[in-house]
Design a protein around this ligand. Structure first.
Ligand code: SF4
Length: 267
């Protein structure tokens, strides 16, 4: 088991950008929701690059992406390097990530010049575990994800208008309902999913053909990689690529991409 002290990395967290004077958060007005619905339908046949370019055109500099450096995130980073390398991109650095994941951040920076910001929760891992009398992921992973991922994302959402995600519709039944562009009610952001219509094969074809850096753990039986305490390699015969996430627990998502359809506005 990795040493959490070693996995706490300092010096790669620049912090969130400061919005310009007069910045205001977006509101989910009927006009905005109509605009997003119309754009989403129009972008159904667009390429991932065209979808990213649309996002940049409408929301830069307040467009961001939270990446865990999965294959999809790496592909989007490779596209951003050509379209808008100045985009502020961050990683939810829980303090429990695999060393291979943190190393991938540096490999991406070296190849594309995009320095993904490692945004950290307020408490370090030792502080957090002391507060809870031990690792919370063992007994209450929902709270742990809330404190170490969702709260950090919420902080980021306050200075942004839109975020991109690498979700694909073929990943799970929940994600199958993702819009290309929709309103993310949970975070109050426009959510753009450039790879929603891509398949796993499409993503890996790009990685192979273009030499995009990826996490070496994918070659060791980990199709989906999160924090090391909540990720295991999948067994042969397991077809769900997220089967190794929160294995043995009633949990399939950290809560970032849970679909909300309460107002019919998409994600
Ligand atoms: S994935 Fe596990 S270790 Fe990471 S934040 Fe969630 S519960 Fe905590």
């Amino acid at each position: 088991m990795p040493d959490t002290e070693i996995l706490d990395r300092q010096g790669t967290c620049r912090g969130l950008p400061t919005p310009r004077p007069g910045f205001q958060r977006l509101e989910a007005t009927p006009e905005l929701l109509d605009k997003l619905r119309e754009a989403s339908q129009r972008l159904e046949t667009a390429s991932p690059e065209e979808i990213i370019a649309w996002g940049i055109e409408h929301y830069a500099p307040y467009l961001t992406m939270a990446t865990a450096f999965g294959p999809e995130g790496c592909v989007i980073l490779s596209m951003l390097a050509k379209i808008a390398p100045e985009t502020y991109i961050f990683n939810l650095d829980t303090g429990y990530q695999f060393q291979e994941t943190l190393d991938l951040r540096d490999r991406i920076a070296a190849k594309y010049g995009i320095e993904v910001d490692l945004l950290q929760p307020e408490l370090s891992v030792p502080e957090y575990e002391t507060l809870h009398g031990g690792p919370l992921y063992r007994i209450n992973p929902n709270q742990c994800c809330f404190d170490r991922k969702l709260q950090v994302l919420e902080r980021a959402s306050k200075v942004m208008h839109a975020w991109m995600s690498g979700i694909r519709r073929d990943q799970s039944a929940d994600r199958a309902r993702a819009a290309i562009v929709g309103w993310d009610k949970k975070f109050g952001l426009v959510k753009i999913s450039p790879l929603a219509n891509s398949t796993k094969q499409d993503v890996w074809k790009r990685i192979t053909e273009e030499g995009i850096p990826y996490n070496p753990l994918h070659d060791q039986g980990y199709p989906s990689i999160g924090c090391w305490p909540c990720t295991r390699a999948v067994e042969s015969g397991e077809t769900d690529e997220r089967a190794g996430r929160w294995s043995g627990m009633q949990k399939t998502e950290c809560g970032l991409h849970t679909i909300s359809e309460q107002d019919g506005s998409g994600i």
